[in-house]
Design a protein around this ligand. Structure first.
Ligand SMILES: *Cc1c(COP(=O)(O)O)cnc(C)c1O
Length: 243
């Protein structure tokens, strides 16, 4: 790539970032929420480390990845940059060891097996790994714990943080079905918030984080109480095909 196109790409990314931030701020105002009550995680899967570096230079600090191998390679490429990494993809138990301690937040704990494996690896590494539980929002989805099993999994995750090393349960995440319009996503987000409120009351813990909302529906998610939105396409443009 020549210098002109590199500069062009950087400007495009920064412009997109500013536009997403402005839309988030407007959604916060509309909902009567403080602008700093929602964090933006830029979902960088399939995009190169150079794009991430450009966005860091425009002030973006939190990035999310969905595939462990790809994420770890980018982390290695970007050592020294001030980045807080999120892991948002489906995670196999056998990959638990490679992600523990390398992501500020793992959004996708959805089984007892994965929780136990992550906790074991966290204890070995003597870290307290912040996590969210991913909740299944529709039968066409494979990921996420069923609502009926959520309380038991949450209790387990809480118990896996006792003693200071292991897992630190911060809240819930969802990836609802793709709707035709953002308005249709609202009830799904409202539902996750209510699940969170009920669970927090039942277990007597705060569970402050709600990770919900992507490019097509982050404003609706903010209206329903999202504390973390995960935005890829609106910042980076369409994802390149995976090679
Ligand atoms: C890819 C991905 C996103 C970003 O999706 P966009 O529609 O591009 O904003 C958010 N969350 C998860 C879990 C993802 O896998």
């Amino acid at each position: 790539m020549n210098d002109t196109s590199t500069v062009g790409r950087r400007e495009e990314l920064c412009r997109n970032l500013e536009s997403v931030r402005a839309r988030m701020a407007a959604a916060c105002t509309q909902a009567g929420r403080a602008p700093d009550s929602v964090r933006l995680v830029a979902i960088s899967k399939f995009h190169p480390a150079s794009d991430i570096r450009a966005l860091v230079a425009c002030g973006q600090r939190e990035f999310g990845e969905s595939y462990a191998q790809e994420a770890l390679a980018k982390q290695d490429e970007l050592v020294g940059e001030d980045i807080l990494w999120h892991f948002v993809g489906g995670l196999q138990s056998k990959k638990a060891k490679s992600v523990v301690g390398r992501f500020g937040l793992v959004h996708s704990v959805d089984s007892e097996k994965l929780a136990r494996e992550l906790a074991k690896r966290a204890r070995e590494a003597r870290v307290l790994q912040p996590v969210l539980i991913e909740v299944n929002m529709g039968e066409e989805q494979k990921a996420g714990v069923e609502e009926a099993e959520l309380p038991a999994l949450a209790r387990l995750v809480l118990s896996l943080g006792e003693g200071g090393f292991g897992l630190d349960l911060r809240g819930l995440m969802c990836l609802p079905p793709v709707f035709d319009s953002p308005e249709e996503a609202g009830p799904a987000f409202e539902y996750l918030r209510e699940l969170r409120d009920g669970l927090a009351a039942e277990l007597g813990v705060p569970l402050p984080e709600l990770s919900m909302g992507m490019t097509g529906d982050f404003e609706a998610a903010i209206a329903e109480g999202a504390t973390i939105v995960r935005v890829g396409t609106a910042i980076f443009g369409p994802r390149p095909q995976r090679g």
